[in-house]
Design a protein around this ligand. Structure first.
Ligand code: ALA
Length: 437
């Protein structure tokens, strides 16, 4: 429906047999191609590109204004509060969560950080190496168990300082009830961080009024998953969290004053953005937000839900295909993971790419503990896999749809998966040489 908005959506690639086909990109959870409007905005702005907060020339003043104004546009998009929140521009979600994990070291000293089994490594590892961490469990289909969260909050007797949860899983697409979780966290004296990486381009995300117990304290997301892949992400956080103390990463732009033996840090957010800011990334991000708003996040959500429902209706009928899902489409974004009996996830991914021009991702998607749970791998087998080459490790194949994917592309995927499923010995033989690790 929105194909003409996307750069490269009409790409043609060669199959293994030499035929040319329309390239089907079902790997939007990894990264999205740019909006044409994003590229145009960068080309239009490029003649004015100059230093931010560092120059006195016309272009420099304009560049600084564009950069600073972008923070308000971010807050408007996620319903943040201008007086209360700061917006820190960083590389991506991973960078944002790492920064927050450093910054909270005083606040969370002696506290518990609760994260969950369904998190991306980026919302797990930055907490694990600094805090006492516990993990909220998921059920057999992979849904977060809210009762387990509440029990943990209760059992830690007010000692949980932060609950870290993704808005939507990058493996199953399952959406978490972030406002219900926020309410619970706040009732037990904890704050909440939402990893918005997989939610932000698929559904409205509302940080809500800070006076309600449903509000989100911290939100992190990446532009490269919202059609603006130019190395920028945003952390929205209460300003006061970043007011005191030194930033973990220091340099130009982060200071008010420096002498040979003294330094006065700038106020947030500048203090947290040492070095020349990524202005072109910010131009790209704000243009992508403009586009997403003009299409409408509710409309994108509805269209992608129709698309994934359509895919599920056909995929569940394919013999030998096992889908890791509970098929509650209202509570998921357009991501679906599966395996085919008789083929490894590497083989299936390779076949789809070479014989259909269909780009998907396979493996554990930077969420190994979650995938291990979904695959029911026991602890002793997990230990065995630890030292195996990657190609021998278990995993899944994932399709992740964007707003520009269409029904015809799903039909082609279904056609090829049916063909593979009906000829497994042939494909086992043809693709028996796994890629080297
Ligand atoms: N973590 C991203 C993904 O799901 C890169 O592919």
């Amino acid at each position: 429906m929105y194909k003409n908005l996307i750069v490269g959506s009409d790409s043609v690639v060669n199959l293994e047999n030499g035929n040319e086909v329309h390239y089907i990109n079902f790997d939007n959870a990894a990264t999205t191609p740019p909006f044409k409007a994003v590229i145009n905005s960068m080309v239009d702005f490029a003649p004015y590109y100059s230093s931010v907060h560092r120059g006195s020339g016309y272009k420099s003043i304009l560049s600084s204004q564009v950069y600073d104004k972008a923070r308000d546009e971010i807050l408007d998009f996620v319903n943040g509060n201008k007086d209360y929140h700061t917006v820190i521009f960083l590389k991506n979600t991973t960078d944002c969560i790492n920064k927050l994990s450093y910054r909270l070291q005083n606040t969370l000293k002696d506290k518990i950080v609760l994260t969950t089994y369904m998190e991306h490594h980026s919302n797990m590892l930055p907490w694990r190496n600094k805090y006492n961490v516990d993990y909220v469990d998921v059920d057999s289909s992979g849904r977060l168990i809210i009762d387990d969260l509440e029990e943990k909050l209760k059992n830690y007797h007010g000692n949980v300082g932060l609950v870290c949860v993704t808005a939507a899983s990058n493996v199953t697409g399952f959406i978490n009830p972030i406002h219900q979780i926020a309410n619970l966290a706040h009732n037990y004296g904890a704050r909440i961080l939402v990893d918005g990486a997989q939610g932000i381009a698929h559904m409205p995300i509302d940080m809500k009024d800070i006076d309600t117990s449903e509000h989100i304290d911290f939100l992190a997301f990446s532009a490269h998953k919202m059609y603006a892949p130019f190395g920028i992400g945003a952390l929205v956080a209460p300003k006061d969290i970043f007011t005191e103390g030194a930033p973990e990463y220091v340099g130009g732009g982060a200071i008010e004053f420096v002498s040979i033996d003294d330094v006065i840090w700038a106020n947030p957010p500048e203090k947290e953005e040492a070095g020349t800011p990524n202005l072109m990334g910010v131009v790209a991000l704000t243009e992508s937000i403009k586009m997403l708003k003009s299409i409408g996040m509710k409309r994108i959500d509805a269209y992608e839900k129709e698309l994934i429902s359509y895919a599920i209706k056909s995929l569940i009928n394919i013999p030998n295909l096992f889908i890791y899902d509970d098929f509650d489409v209202d509570k998921k974004v357009s991501i679906l993971s599966f395996n085919m009996n008789g083929l490894t996830h590497y083989q299936l991914a390779e076949i789809l790419g070479k014989e259909g021009g269909i780009a998907i991702r396979n493996g554990c998607f930077c969420a190994q503990p979650y995938v291990q749970k979904l695959l029911n791998i026991n602890e002793s087998d997990i230990k065995k896999y630890r030292n195996c080459p990657k190609t021998m490790q278990p995993g899944m194949v994932r399709i992740s749809l964007g707003l520009y994917n269409d029904y015809n592309e799903i039909d082609l995927l279904v056609y090829l998966l049916n063909k593979i499923s009906n000829n497994i010995p042939y494909y086992q033989n043809k693709y028996r040489n796994l890629p080297l690790d």
